[in-house]
Design a binder for this molecule. Structure first.
Ligand SMILES: [Zn+2]
Length: 189
């Protein structure tokens, strides 16, 4: 089975009544797994109340945010978010671990919010994140990394982001960099 990383943008209209959402409207989002993979459906609160009576589950509530124009940043170094998007586009299995780590990084930075965890038929855990600003849904299989793998992948990702992987066990804070580098780094194995 192929890996489906997937980004689903919020619909601009209600799936049921086709009402166009306005900025700030409440909406209910439902993710369904079908033959074509995941499909996201957004409903206005009135239509959702009806679906709910019909027994629909797996939903989260959100607020519709009208899409902002893309920021015209000059091409500078890759951010965790742009790297995640690029990697998800490649649909290359070898990026699976890095994609997951990037999603976790973005969750810590409160750019993504975890909305749901589903277990696919083949037992793979699927984490469903929502982008706080754009309301896009990021569907990311959890590779369930072991601690050793985790550290390795984290280092890889930091390198890709143009940083220096921490030499010690883990980076404590990101802001604190190279405050104290006067050659006291004698590991002497
Ligand atoms: Zn509706």
């Amino acid at each position: 089975m192929s890996i489906e990383w997937n980004i689903q943008a919020p619909a601009c209209t209600c799936t049921a009544c086709q009402k166009t959402f306005n900025d700030g409207d409440q909406l209910c989002s439902l993710l369904q797994f079908g033959a074509e993979g995941y499909a996201r459906h957004d409903y206005c609160t009135a239509c959702w109340a009806e679906k709910e009576r019909a027994g629909a589950t797996g939903v989260w509530q959100g607020v519709f945010r009208a899409p902002a124009p893309p920021p015209d940043e000059p091409l500078k170094k890759e951010t965790a978010e742009s790297l995640l998007r690029h990697m998800m586009e490649t649909e290359d299995e070898k990026h699976g671990n890095a994609i997951f780590i990037l999603a976790v990084m973005l969750e810590r930075r409160r750019i993504l919010v975890e909305r749901d965890v589903q277990t696919r038929e083949d037992g793979v855990k699927i984490r469903i994140y929502e982008h706080k600003k754009t309301n896009e849904t990021f569907i990311i299989p959890d590779p369930e990394l072991k601690l050793a793998e985790l550290t390795h992948v984290q280092e890889e990702v930091v390198l890709l982001l143009g940083g220096t992987p921490p030499k010690k066990a883990e980076a404590k804070t990101e802001e604190k960099t190279a405050t104290d580098e006067h050659g006291s780094n004698t590991d002497g194995a």
